[in-house]
Design a protein around this ligand. Structure first.
Ligand code: SAH
Ligand code: SF4
Length: 392
């Protein structure tokens, strides 16, 4: 294969608006919502204010019925109910691990399924969300990579994962209640579930704009982390258009090994990736890049690897997150021993980098990093067929 050849992207994206029928209001950005209200007959002068009111009901209060939007007139609410639906993905199963981790299997339009994981910790609660059903990339250590990509998630399906987790955690504010200072159960989002977020850039961006909006879910840029396998051309755009924290699935210190573990490296090798990462913190006004490094026994875990790693990233504000490999049925690798991981971490730490070892969470329910895979398999369908079956 010519390494510079484009990676084929056989990705189907659901159109955001179908010609007729009610449109899902969840997932529209503020400007898109305003435009949709104007298209539905709202006067231009009023549309911004109406969009703001609806926005608060949906994303601050978590209301799911237009009739509860009591600062809008009855007629206006009736118009909304005729024009839009408020539709979230459906939770099919919820599993709770011994350590409190929750894994949701979620069904989206067309009957496809993705997984979402909630990880409670003492100082935060992190929701790991998916951006695609399956993944077009085929990282050899990743369970999701063995599932053929079915399709990109829509913005509504991405932000919908956050909303349904808040439902499950019972975390919408009580109407009329004053804001309490209680810490949030769902305080952080990581785009580390199924899929490569930067191959679904616009939809991920729009969903994160909703999560960031101060009059709704209102998470700060510091509490959202997007993990990419290294889609170099989209990294600058991420800084500009989302501005969240960035994590990168680095995993190897030579192109030879990285080509095998993270095949997108053949297209954008380590040097190109590092060039893009060097400018990210300044461009996004974020602090440090997280370098994720999966510890695979005898593959990428030598002292020499550790020394090469710190040399490569010299000058980049970074944290190195060592992830003990999480096994899955049929996986071709083994987890490095604890002693090996410790030795590797020491070298990284002595070079001045924070090097936390990620504690596997929810292993008993296959909810740990890289273990996610839903039963959905790709069937060849035309774009029109998929658009039709979504009914969005
Ligand atoms: N596609 C994105 C985000 C999803 S994967 C990406 O690749 O970055 C989230 C993290 O889990 C990535 O760093 C990924 O490389 C890692 N990972 C995948 N499979 C794993 C496994 N079996 N054990 C440990 N980490 C894994
Ligand atoms: Fe896709 Fe990320 Fe898994 Fe690679 S590690 S196959 S990019 S989900």
């Amino acid at each position: 294969m010519d390494p510079k050849a484009p990676i084929t992207q056989d990705v189907l994206t659901i159109p955001r608006k179908l010609p007729d029928g009610p449109q899902n209001i969840i997932g529209l950005t503020r400007p898109a919502l305003r435009d949709a209200l104007i298209a539905a007959g709202t006067k231009e002068k009023q549309a911004k204010m109406r969009a703001g009111q609806i926005w608060q009901w949906l994303y601050h209060w978590g209301v799911r019925d237009f009739d509860q939007m009591t600062n809008l007139s009855k007629d206006y609410r009736a118009m909304l109910a005729e024009t839009f639906v408020i539709s979230l993905p459906e939770v099919v199963t919820r599993q709770i691990s011994d350590d409190g981790t929750r894994k949701y299997l979620v069904r989206i339009a067309g009957g496809h399924e993705v997984e979402v994981v909630y990880i409670p910790e003492t100082d935060r609660g992190t929701l790991c969300i998916s951006s695609q059903v399956g993944c077009t990339l085929t990282c050899s250590f990743c369970h999701t990579g063995t599932q053929k990509l079915v399709r990109n998630l829509t913005p509504g399906e991405i932000i919908g994962q956050v909303m349904l987790a808040r439902d499950d955690l019972d975390e919408w504010p009580e109407q009329g209640a004053r804001n309490t200072a209680a810490p949030r159960l769902l305080s952080n989002i990581v785009l580390m579930g199924m899929g490569e977020p930067l191959y679904n850039f616009e939809n991920v961006r729009d969903a994160m704009k909703i999560a960031l909006d101060p009059e709704g879910i209102a998470l700060s840029r510091r509490r959202i982390t997007l993990s990419t396998s290294g889609v170099v051309p989209e990294i600058a755009r991420t800084a500009e258009e989302i501005g969240c924290q960035l994590a990168v699935s680095f995993h190897a210190t030579t192109d030879q090994v990285r080509d095998k573990l993270v095949p997108i490296n053949k297209r954008w090798p380590i040097a190109d990736l590092l060039d893009a990462l060097r400018v990210y913190p300044k461009a996004s006004n974020s602090e440090r890049i997280t370098f994720e490094y999966v510890m695979l026994d005898g593959v990428n875990d030598s002292d020499e690897d550790a020394r090469r790693l710190v040399k490569l990233i010299e000058g980049i504000p970074a944290k190195i997150n060592l992830i003990p490999f999480n096994e899955w049925p049929g996986a071709p690798y083994k987890r490095s021993s604890n002693n090996r991981i410790r030795a590797f971490a020491d070298i990284v730490y002595n070079a001045g980098y924070s090097s936390p070892v990620r504690k596997p969470r929810g292993e008993d329910i296959m909810a740990a990093c890289g273990q996610l895979k839903s039963a959905t398999e790709r069937q060849r369908k035309s774009r029109a067929q998929i658009a039709q079956e979504t009914g969005l």
